[in-house]
Design a binder for this molecule. Structure first.
Ligand code: MN3
Length: 245
C-alpha cells in the first residue's frame, strides 16, 4: 500500500474502525484516490498490516514542552502496542469472515479492533499534529474555526476545556463533521468512545497519563497548555482540506 493509501486508511477509515467496520475500512481505502491537498503522511498500513509510522522528528525535538523520555516510551512502546493489537484483531476478524474461526468470538474481536485500531489511528495523527517547527493555519481553516466557534481563541478555550476534562484516559479532538460542514470539538474516552460517527479527526491531544505523567505528573492542564506550543497548524489545515474534499 502506498503512503497516500495509508493516509486514507487513517484519515477516513478511523471512524469505520470505531463503527466496527474494520476490514471494510482498511481494504476499502486501497482504491480511493487521494485529494490533491491531502497531507503528507507516514505509512501506517502496508501489505495488509497496520504498521508503526516513524516519528517525523527526533524524540527530543519537542523539548521542553514534551520530554524525550515520554516521546520514546509513548511512540516505541504504547503506540507499537496498539499496532500489534490492531493486527491481531484484524487477523481474527478475517478468520471469522472465512469461517476459520468461531463467529461467536466476533463481538470480542470487534471490541479489540475498535480499541486498538482507534488507538493506532489517533496516535498516527497525534505525531503529525506536532512539530518543532510549527506552521500557521491556512486561511480556509481559520475561516472555518471562526464560523464554527466564533474565533480562534474560542476554539482554543473549548479544545482545552474538553482535553482537560476527559474522564480517565482519552483524547481531546478537533474534528470536521461532513454532514454539517462544520468543525466540532469532542472528547474521546479511551480511543474510541464518545465520537460522533463520521467525524474526521484533524487535531488530537492524547491525555492518557502515559502522554504526560513523567514530566507533568497530575498537572494535565499544564500539559494541555504546553501542547499549544507545538501544534503544527499547517498539518491540521492539510487534514481539513483533505476532509472537506
Ligand atoms: Mn497515547
Amino acid at each position: 500500500m502506498e503512503r497516500r493509501d495509508a493516509l486514507k486508511t487513517l484519515g477516513f477509515g478511523a471512524l469505520a474502525l470505531g463503527a466496527g467496520g474494520a476490514i471494510a475500512g482498511a481494504q476499502g481505502s486501497r482504491s480511493a484516490s487521494r485529494p490533491a491537498s491531502a497531507p503528507a503522511s507516514n505509512p501506517a498500513f502496508a501489505n495488509g498490516q497496520f504498521v508503526l509510522p516513524p516519528l517525523g522528528y527526533d524524540y527530543d525535538a519537542l523539548e521542553p514542552h514534551i520530554d524525550a523520555q515520554t516521546m520514546t516510551l509513548h511512540h516505541d512502546k504504547h503506540h507499537a502496542g496498539y499496532v500489534k493489537g490492531a493486527n491481531k484483531a484484524l487477523a481474527a476478524l478475517k478468520e471469522i469472515a472465512k469461517g476459520d474461526r468461531d463467529a461467536g468470538e466476533t463481538k470480542r474481536w470487534e471490541r479489540d479492533m475498535a480499541f486498538h485500531g482507534s488507538g493506532h489511528a489517533m496516535h498516527a495523527i497525534f505525531w503529525e499534529n506536532m512539530s518543532p517547527n510549527p506552521r500557521r493555519p491556512s486561511s480556509s481553516l481559520t475561516a472555518a474555526v471562526r464560523k464554527s466557534f466564533g474565533g480562534v481563541d474560542q476554539c482554543k478555550t473549548l479544545f482545552s476545556a474538553a482535553s482537560k476534562s476527559v474522564e480517565g484516559s482519552g483524547w481531546g479532538i478537533l474534528g470536521y463533521l461532513p454532514m454539517a460542514d462544520t468543525l466540532i470539538v469532542l472528547q474521546a474516552e479511551k480511543h474510541q468512545e464518545l465520537t460522533v460517527q463520521g467525524v474526521v479527526p484533524l487535531l488530537v491531544l492524547d491525555v492518557w497519563e502515559h502522554a504526560y505523567y513523567l514530566k507533568y505528573q497530575n498537572r494535565r492542564a499544564d500539559y494541555v497548555a504546553a501542547f499549544f506550543n507545538v501544534i503544527d497548524w499547517g498539518n491540521v489545515s492539510e487534514r481539513y482540506e483533505a476532509a472537506k474534499g
